[in-house]
Design a protein around this ligand. Structure first.
Ligand code: IMP
Ligand code: MG
Length: 193
């Protein structure tokens, strides 16, 4: 794995993102909508840098593809959302890759009557966008590599890293199995030679 962004670089980036969001919100109430699961670390760090009335909610999105470059079918679950009518909403996601997730979410939250819908991502991959929309706030532009850490996963692993790293071919191993280990054999009672 190769470190792309250190914890310190991430912290500075989030300071900058939070300052931009505060400037735009200008003291008005803000509803932050995080996209599970990749945005959890970012949401936690971002909201602690905001001022004024902030409400936090979560949606879930998945177009899971492992490290495959083309996403699968997008699945959204929005049932945890509060009433957004008239709200200023900020959607927060970990990464803007093809942009399909964010595009669908922005449309959906507008449809629910939000007054404004802005979007923020920690990372944007270069040369991958398949949509015309751009996120309103971007932490870092990164090369087209599969990245993990700071909430981002590969097959469910590595979300807990404090930094962001790019996977290398040797990192592409099968997912860690949580299946129980077979019972160990006591040599005293094991009839096998
Ligand atoms: P998009 O809809 O193609 O923009 O994909 C966005 C989603 O794909 C993100 O919310 C991530 O869950 C996932 N994703 C895309 N690229 C990566 C990556 O490099 N590492 C981990 N997850 C990724
Ligand atoms: Mg995601």
């Amino acid at each position: 794995m190769k470190t792309l962004l250190t914890a310190e670089q991430l912290a500075h980036g989030i300071d900058r993102l939070a300052a931009d969001v505060r400037r735009e919100a200008d003291g008005r109430p803000l509803t932050v909508v995080g996209v599970l699961t990749g945005s959890i670390v970012l949401v936690a760090d971002l909201i602690r840098r905001l001022e004024g009335p902030v409400q936090v909610s979560m949606v879930w999105a998945s177009s899971y593809r492992g490290t495959a470059t083309s996403p699968g079918r997008l699945e959204l679950r929005l049932d945890l959302l509060p009433d957004l009518a008239g709200q200023d909403v900020l959607i927060v996601d970990d990464i803007f890759d093809t942009g399909r997730t964010l595009e669908a979410l922005v449309a959906e939250l507008r449809h629910r009557g939000a007054a404004t819908v802005r979007s923020l991502v920690l990372l944007r991959k270069q040369g991958r966008a398949e949509v015309t929309m751009e996120p309103d706030f971007v932490g870092f532009d990164i090369p087209d590599a599969f990245v993990v850490g700071y909430g981002l996963d590969y097959n469910g692993a590595w979300r807990q890293l404090a930094h962001v790293a790019a996977l290398e071919p040797s990192d592409l191993v099968p997912p860690v199995s949580h299946a129980p280990r077979p019972p160990s054999i006591d040599p005293a009672v094991d009839p096998r030679p």
